[in-house]
Ligand binder design. Structure first.
Ligand code: G16
Length: 544
């Protein structure tokens, strides 16, 4: 076959971050850039001969171009079968579902998540392993090391394959199945949740909901599941047609980037329930009429109500949360008498816990929640989980959240992001903080006494791997915390994330405004880290 061997040279910037390699589209468009990374990936993941590979992405600009390249490289790397979403589309959770269902060797997911798309926007690529989850650091680091030594890659020279027709085609001996991107995922959801109860809620003539797909991948999934299978009124899903540039938007489901949805839910006669998902469909935001549910609270409330969902009625094996996520779920785990696992930021750290049956639900403050049904976080799954709770409890979101706080206490929580700051300044800020850590325990600041101050390290209980330097934590004797870390998903400069949490058990103080309640800790964070000084900013770019 016409295989061509192309001579190439390493690019120094191919180390995957929190979730794969994310760069500006223009970076990926450089000659040999994508091909180098794909070759390094295929070389790093082991024997690709006779294996099945799933391929799909969030439909952003460059998705189909990249898929054609990967297909032509997969055939010379010996893959036996490719399973590709029609038009190259697969949400991240659907890709995870399909890898597991068809027992594939792994999958390649093309996405830069919620980052803006289009020729001037971002693109990304990551490899998911056989369990459906993101490759662990041992593999991502191996990919990087190989990318730094690469001198050539191999590619098959041929016409593009058709991504538009569902069915089977062949490229040499390699079978390529183009599948409907939604069906397998929708069937899985129907097996997890109480669809008859949710249908009854959505069709009762009173309950109103809005789902914002943000012009990204979840549109077709949400329309099929919410409107077709569950009978929600047509129009429940807004911005439901995926666009290559996400209509110029920033599909990050939070209070800053989904302002229309938020305004609608806070309006006088707004809907009972609102939700949004991100570019690749793995994040979620949950809103009730007049209330935003923080992702950390959402995880805790889901865990506390998991027995209402058919798939989790047998009970939870454990709950896992990333370190910066609030400790709200810890209280639920304690009351359920199940373990709580604290991992570094990054969904890849949950995979081992789920595989070993040590955890059933996982969540992150970064608008991610999921369970052992797949090995990615799952936006629509979280929305259906909430609908299942609402259908059974027949209460408003506001009442459910308030009752939860009354029972467990409230973890006031906020994250302040300083985006696109100069990398050297961000590093200086962290280094300076790191130097202060040994002196902090025992010190009294603004009335808070420091209990511990460290840089979080994680020992994986399953494979014994160690992940160091995962974020600076300053914990106080009353359970409050301030955490600093640099994002691993940005593509321009550095993003400083500051996570602030206060614990409130006094029943008279449960309903204050979050930013006001946390003001003294916010000021303390600034004085500890010199945020204004190093970033040159007076205020965060994004507050969630
Ligand atoms: C990714 C990871 C998440 C992580 C988030 C933020 O999400 O999968 O585990 O919490 O990035 O990471 P960072 O704080 O390093 O920017 P996504 O939705 O972007 O794939």
């Amino acid at each position: 076959m016409p295989i061509i061997n192309i001579t190439s040279q390493p690019f120094t910037d191919q180390r995957p971050g929190t979730s794969g390699l994310r760069k500006r589209v223009k970076v990926f468009q450089q000659e040999h850039y994508l091909e180098n990374f794909v070759q390094a990936m295929f070389d790093a993941i082991g024997n690709t001969r006779n294996q099945t590979l799933v391929i799909g992405g969030d439909g952003r600009f460059y998705n189909e171009t990249a898929i054609q390249t990967i297909v032509k490289m997969a055939v010379v790397n010996g893959f036996k079968r490719l399973i590709i979403g029609q038009h190259g589309l697969l949400s991240t959770p659907a890709a995870s579902c399909i890898i597991r269902k068809y027992q594939a060797f792994g999958g390649v997911i093309l996405s830069a998540s919620h980052n803006p798309a289009g020729p001037e926007g971002d693109f990304g690529i990551k490899f998911n392993i056989r369990n459906g989850g993101p490759a662990p650091e041992s593999i991502t680091e191996a990919i990087y090391q190989l990318s730094q030594k690469i001198s050539s890659y191999r590619i098959f020279e041929c016409e593009d394959i058709s991504l538009s027709d569902i069915g089977t085609q062949y490229l040499q001996d390699m079978q390529i199945d183009i599948i409907d991107p939604v069906t397998d995922y929708a069937e899985m959801m129907a097996n997890i949740f109480d669809f008859p109860a949710i249908r009854a809620l959505l069709c009762n003539g009173r309950f109103q909901m809005r789902f914002d797909a943000m012009h990204a991948i979840t549109g077709p999934y949400a329309k099929e599941i919410l409107e077709k299978r569950l009978g929600a009124e047509v129009g429940t899903v807004i911005n439901g047609i995926p666009q290559a540039d996400f209509a110029g938007g920033h599909p990050d489901p939070n209070l800053t980037y989904a302002p229309e949805l938020v305004a609608e839910l806070f309006a006088e006669n707004g809907p009972d329930f609102g939700a949004a998902s991100d570019g690749d469909g793995d994040r979620n935001m949950i809103l009730g009429h007049g209330i935003f549910v923080t992702p950390s609270d959402s995880l805790a409330i889901m865990a506390a109500n998991a027995d209402l969902v058919p798939a989790y009625q047998e009970g939870l094996k454990g709950i896992a949360r990333s370190m910066p996520t609030s400790q709200a779920a810890d209280k639920v785990a304690k009351s359920l008498n199940i373990p709580l696992h604290e991992t570094p930021t990054g969904w890849k750290f949950f995979g081992n816990l789920l595989d070993a049956n040590l955890a059933t639900l996982c969540g992150e403050e970064s608008f991610g929640t999921g369970s052992n049904h797949i090995r990615e976080k799952d936006g629509l799954w979280a929305v259906l989980f909430w609908l299942n709770i609402l259908a059974v409890r027949q209460q408003s979101v506001l009442d459910i959240v308030r009752q939860h706080w009354q029972k467990y206490g409230r973890n006031y929580y906020t994250r302040h992001d300083y985006e696109e700051i100069p990398t050297n300044k961000a590093n200086q800020l962290i280094e300076r903080l790191q130097l202060q850590l040994p002196q902090l325990p025992g010190q009294k600041m603004n009335g808070y006494i420091v209990k511990y101050a460290d840089n979080f390290g994680y020992h994986d209980p399953v494979d014994n791997s160690i992940a160091e330097n995962q974020g600076i934590r300053i914990g106080f004797t009353d359970g409050c915390r301030i955490i600093f870390r640099l994002s691993g998903t940005g593509t321009q400069g550095a993003t400083l994330r500051v996570y602030i949490e206060a614990i409130e058990d006094n029943p008279d103080k449960l309903f204050a405004d979050t930013q006001t309640r946390l003001q003294d800790l916010i000021e303390l964070a600034d004085s500890l880290a010199g945020i204004k000084l190093f970033t040159g900013r007076n205020a965060p770019t994004v507050i969630t």
